[in-house]
Write a protein that binds this ligand. Structure first.
Ligand SMILES: [Zn+2]
Length: 300
């Protein structure tokens, strides 16, 4: 019998950020970043670990407002400028791998559960997507290094699985990456429940995916997005793989959850996690047929 762990997803912050991307050239001038609007959202899997006391936490999707942006907030040297008009939402050509995708039986999808953002669906349009994966600093055979290597191997397995549906490539420079995956703990913030007046201590968060928007250094600039995925170092090999599979689904555009535990993007975690399902890919394919402002030129 599948035993569910108590899990909830937490949507804590929602704003809009557009900034000029750092140029691939190592020039300080090229790194001038223009802040226009700010948008970050995140979705995180949280687990109630045995060592934490049971707390009166709502099991439902939760949204709270944060007075200040998280660590990816703009540096002080950024400056506000006049806002050019955003591109109008348009549909990108369907990536070949998704265009060829068909299921034998009509298994359906969970597209109705997918959230859009202030600039449309989180659709990528330039492939292969560049993924940076954090690596250990040294190559020694210490126990901690071996655990790190095991973490890297599990994440690479998840990347390989999704690569069957959208072209992905691992790169070594995080500055150039579309998706950055780090091995780190996700900070927990104590929140005040406005209804009860009591503080709520969030459950341990094992993974978190966030997005931000920026303007590329192309002429004219293109509205792009960048994804950051944090995955805990404390998970076992299989849990790391299934967590990475789930979070990469968000990173590729599935910004929402399935209500069936046979899908990788099921909102909760189960003891026998499924592989990427036909319903996951049907949903992904639907998303990539939606209009978005992302990937199109900004017109002044
Ligand atoms: Zn999720």
């Amino acid at each position: 019998m599948a035993q569910k762990r108590s899990v909830r997803d937490l949507l804590v912050f929602d704003a809009v950020r557009v900034r000029r991307a750092r140029s691939a050239l190592p020039s300080a001038r090229a790194r001038l970043i223009k802040l226009l609007v700010l948008a970050i959202a995140f979705c995180s899997l949280t687990f109630l670990l045995p060592q934490f006391p049971t707390l009166p936490i709502s099991p439902s999707h939760q949204r709270t407002l944060s007075p200040s942006p998280p660590s990816s907030s703009p540096s002080p040297h950024l400056h506000i400028s006049q806002s050019p008009s955003l591109p109008s939402p348009k549909i990108h050509p369907l990536p070949q791998s998704l265009a060829q995708w068909q299921t034998k039986n009509d298994v359906g999808d969970y597209f109705s559960q997918i959230q859009t953002t202030s600039v449309g669906y989180l659709v990528w349009s330039r492939f292969p997507l560049k993924i940076y994966l954090e690596q250990p600093n040294s190559l020694d055979n210490s126990a901690s290094n071996l655990r790190f290597q095991q973490w890297v191997t599990a994440i690479r397995e998840a990347i390989k699985e999704w690569n069957n549906y959208l072209p992905l490539v691992e790169i070594e420079d995080p500055e150039l990456a579309d998706i950055i995956i780090t091995r780190s703990q996700v900070d927990r913030e104590i929140q005040l429940d406005p209804e009860t007046g009591l503080y709520k201590i969030p459950r341990a968060i094992t993974a978190q995916t966030t997005y931000e928007f920026y303007l590329s250094s192309d002429t004219p600039p293109i509205l792009g997005h960048r994804i950051k995925v944090q995955i805990s170092p404390d998970l076992g090999k299989n849990a790391t793989l299934t967590t990475a599979r789930h979070e990469l689904g968000h990173a590729l555009g599935i910004w929402g959850h399935s209500d069936r535990e046979t899908d990788a993007l099921y909102f909760s975690q189960v003891s026998d996690p499924p592989p990427i399902s036909p319903r996951d890919i049907n949903t992904l394919k639907q998303i990539y047929q939606q209009p978005t402002r992302l990937g199109w030129e900004i017109n002044n």
